[in-house]
Design a protein around this ligand. Structure first.
Ligand SMILES: Nc1ncnc2c1ncn2[C@@H]1O[C@H](COP(=O)(O)OP(=O)(O)OP(=O)(O)O)[C@@H](O)[C@H]1O
Length: 203
């Protein structure tokens, strides 16, 4: 089955559930999508592997690479700098799979991917209070980084409501419903149903 041609851009506040939905997608559709691995100056969280979730780099190295024109977009978010390199996107395209980018609001505004028109999906938490609760439960943030993420989240939520900012806002209240909406946006609902039915028949 041919892969959809548009690059897929996932954005939304930190803690809104982007990684949660992507993990499910990669589990249900292995070898279909390739995640463009961003660079970041933030420290790895427990379990994160350099080159898998992110390329972990120093600020100087990242800014120098941006200056050399090696990045599709870069932005500073919650006191850390993040960016998508052309090399990361090309690594995925070379594998002949669909590229998925996880980038923040500023990056979305700056993104330029030659002649392609990405599909922009914004993952939204039910409320800022619930977002804070989830980020506290995830236990990856200090008081400072939590505050920075929540401040940024309020702006991102407002931005997502502006006409034309994104193609679809996916509300992540219940994760099953959010995932169903996510698959629908990607045009994959029927395919997953078929795969599930085939697997049930085979067992
Ligand atoms: N629908 C949901 N209900 C309750 N908890 C959720 C839901 N979706 C995600 N979570 C939890 O919220 C936390 C944040 O989710 P996740 O790490 O996927 O967010 P993210 O958008 O990828 O964040 P970041 O941009 O900081 O990497 C995780 O601990 C995750 O398990």
């Amino acid at each position: 089955m041919a892969a959809p041609v548009r690059p897929i851009v996932i954005c939304g506040p930190s803690g809104s559930g982007k990684s949660t939905l992507l993990k499910r997608l990669f589990r249900d559709f292995p070898n279909r999508f390739g995640f463009s691995v961003s660079h970041t100056t933030r420290a790895p969280r427990p379990g994160e592997v350099d080159g898998r979730e992110y390329h972990f780099v120093t600020r100087d190295a990242l800014l120098a690479a941006v200056d050399r024109g090696e990045f599709v977009e870069s932005a500073t978010y919650a006191n850390n700098t993040y960016g998508t390199s052309f090399a990361a996107v090309n690594d995925v395209l070379r594998r002949g799979v669909n590229v998925i980018l996880d980038i923040d609001m500023q990056g979305v505004r700056l993104l330029s991917l030659a002649n392609t028109q990405p599909l922009y999906l914004f993952i939204a938490p039910p409320s800022l209070e619930e977002l804070e609760r989830r980020l506290r439960l995830r236990a990856t943030e200090t008081a400072d980084t939590l505050k920075a993420r929540l401040d940024a989240a309020a702006q991102e939520m407002a931005w997502s409501q502006t006409p034309g900012a994104v193609d679809r806002v996916i509300l992540n209240r219940d994760v099953e419903e959010a995932y169903a909406d996510f698959l629908d946006a990607l045009g994959l609902t029927e395919e997953l149903k078929k795969a599930t039915t085939t697997a049930e028949h085979a067992s």
